[in-house]
Design a binder for this molecule. Structure first.
Ligand SMILES: NC(=O)c1ccc[n+]([C@@H]2O[C@H](COP(=O)([O-])OP(=O)(O)OC[C@H]3O[C@@H](n4cnc5c(N)ncnc54)[C@H](OP(=O)(O)O)[C@@H]3O)[C@@H](O)[C@H]2O)c1
Length: 277
């Protein structure tokens, strides 16, 4: 491969890698002959995924390890960061893939809070805890967001403007809290929100990616987000139009970008830049 900058000393972490797109991201990175830390909130499922990856002839040149990580649990995130520091002392690639979506017509304040706690706040917690270990320059953060989070899905122009140009991460946290409280008070439609808990959690995750990229722009770390496309996984109840492996292509492409092609603060799908709005 041209512009190959990684080798077995390169350390990649993938969240939610026990199945679906995360598993395929871990497989594609392992096939590149680097050290891949497969993480999962469920230890048994994570270990099983690692055993499966280790049995593949295509990953024989890599080291695949398992470590428990529940991104919605502060203790688990802190323990993982401490383990990574002790085990590797650095991190080159962080792929924040873990995510949840309620099925069917489920909608409520508690469910919205849970969705935001994983997709946005969990991703943010992983970034914040692992940032001190990221290689500077050269580290890469890839957040697996979604086209469901593009801002045209939000009816209120004022809310859209706040997502587009937040004063900082705190404003995004406040927007997430407001969405939950507006649902709880029965006024979310009146306040200009859509009835999509997943869409808002992903809008927050994508806006967070832009804010973080701006904060880190002088560090040489690339911070981008992407949509994997509509994939056949548990999340889509296997209705996706493409495989999880195909969905892993753009996140892995972003993770492996050569430093000379420095890109940060973007949203990509099918390896092409997309509008956040
Ligand atoms: N599938 C699509 O069409 C599609 C489209 C756009 C974006 N995406 C995004 O792509 C990513 C992967 O989705 P997928 O389709 O592969 O879904 P999936 O098959 O449901 O896999 C989701 C993964 O995230 C893990 N996870 C959930 N909550 C977690 C937490 N608190 N801590 C750590 N891991 C957690 C799950 O673990 P468990 O096995 O323990 O539940 C699982 O490993 C998500 O961020 C999703 O929003 C998917």
């Amino acid at each position: 491969m041209e512009n190959k900058w990684w080798d077995q000393s390169t350390v990649a972490v993938v969240t939610g890698a026990n199945k679906g797109i995360g598993y395929e991201i871990a497989r594609l990175l392992a096939e590149q002959g680097m050290t891949v830390v497969v993480t999962a909130r469920n230890e048994e499922l994570g270990q099983a995924a690692v055993s499966k990856l280790q049995r593949l002839p295509s990953t024989s040149g890599s080291a695949v390890q398992f470590q428990q990580l529940d991104i919605a649990n502060a203790g688990s995130v802190a323990a993982f960061a401490a383990w990574l520091q002790q085990q590797h002392g650095k991190l080159d690639i962080l792929v924040n893939n873990a995510g949840i979506a309620y099925k069917g017509n489920t909608f409520g304040a508690d469910e919205a809070a849970t969705t935001i706690a994983t997709n946005f706040l969990g991703t943010k917690a992983a970034c914040e805890a692992l940032l001190p270990l990221l290689t500077k320059p050269g580290g890469r953060i890839v957040n697996v967001s979604s086209t469901a989070g593009v801002l045209r899905g939000i009816p209120s122009e004022q809310l859209r403007a706040r997502f587009e140009s937040p004063s900082g991460v705190d404003e995004l946290v406040q927007l997430g809290d407001k969405f939950v409280e507006d649902i709880r008070a029965g006024r979310h439609t009146q306040e200009g929100w859509p009835s999509s808990m997943y869409g808002i959690s992903k809008a927050l995750e994508s806006s967070y990616t832009r804010v973080l990229a701006e904060q880190l722009k002088d560090s040489g770390i690339m911070v981008n987000c992407c949509c994997p496309g509509y994939c056949s996984t548990d999340m889509s109840s296997w209705r996706g139009t493409q495989s999880a492996a195909a969905g892993a292509d753009t996140p892995v492409w972003l993770a492996l970008l050569p430093q000379e092609e420095f890109k940060t603060g973007g949203f990509y799908r099918d390896r092409k830049q997309q509008s956040f709005t």
